[in-house]
Design a protein around this ligand. Structure first.
Ligand code: 0L1
Ligand code: MG
Length: 256
């Protein structure tokens, strides 16, 4: 039996992102399952690497109940981050470069000495050099921000851009820190890091395990986005967005 056209699907998603043009969902029509969808994601990112970008990390998606409910998908997923997705803290993003961008407050880890594939992270403080508040900008390439599980995996879990705030040494606990997402100085979302798999440290074990299934090994020096602590909110032109994480500080961006 002939399988889905991995390269062809990756090209469609790549062009949709590059031209900020929504496309219809692809998985049902092409018979894409979860494993093949991670193959599309790899091909999609290889196109970016071939064009000169560098892989700089990994992101977890749908790590909270509220996020799963927001998009109607109920599995933790992961995607890849490249250098061009990173926006400086306090920087400006071009709203017009995206289709229907949303922002969400996250916790980021700077990776250090990681366990061997298949091993759990025993000593979190040696696996992670520093932690930071972060904002992820997600932008599904599918019309109306609607997709199935294989669709969203193939689309690199809607990854589009991210901002990392100041790095701090790993605090004693990360499991119940208050989180705010502010838009133009008003509170848009309130949450807790407990929403991220009960404890964002768990997201690292999941990331190592799930990416390992597809032959991807996390690297020292990479950024790891552990997941959102609240639902995502639409990014409007001109908006100033700030994520505040208790004990860790703030990260911010502005949309042009
Ligand atoms: O980072 C995320 O949790 C996003 C995962 C993909 C689903 C979505 O686009 O909201
Ligand atoms: Mg996210």
């Amino acid at each position: 039996m002939i399988g889905p056209d991995i390269a062809g699907i990756a090209e469609k998603l790549g062009v949709a992102a590059a031209t900020a043009t929504a496309i219809p969902q692809l998985a049902a029509e092409t018979g894409l399952d979860v494993d093949a969808a991670y193959g599309v994601q790899a091909a999609l990112l290889q196109r970016r690497v071939d064009a000169g970008e560098r892989l700089v990390g990994l992101k977890m998606g749908l790590t909270s109940r509220v996020k799963m409910a927001q998009v109607g998908v109920d599995e933790v997923i992961w995607g890849r981050l490249t250098n061009t997705m990173r926006v400086p803290d306090g920087g400006v993003v071009d709203r017009a470069a995206y289709i229907h961008p949303r922002v969400e407050p996250e916790v980021a880890f700077l990776l250090d000495r990681l366990p061997e594939p298949g091993e759990p992270v025993g000593d979190f403080a040696s696996a992670v050099r520093a932690v930071a508040p972060a904002i992820e900008l997600i932008d599904s390439r599918y019309a109306d921000f609607r997709f199935s599980l294989p669709d969203v995996i193939a689309d690199n879990t809607s990854a589009a851009a991210f901002v990392i705030g100041p790095w701090s040494p790993v605090p004693a606990g990360l499991d119940n820190l208050g989180v705010l997402l502010e838009v133009d100085g008003r509170v848009a979302q309130v949450g807790s890091t407990a929403a991220i798999l009960g404890d964002p440290r768990r997201a690292l074990d999941e990331g190592i395990r799930l990416a390992g299934r597809h032959g991807v090994r996390l690297e020292s020096g990479w950024v790891f986005l552990a997941g959102a602590a609240t639902a995502a909110v639409p990014l409007r032109p001109g908006a100033h967005v700030r994520a505040v994480v208790e004990k860790l500080g703030t990260a911010s961006l502005r949309a042009s």
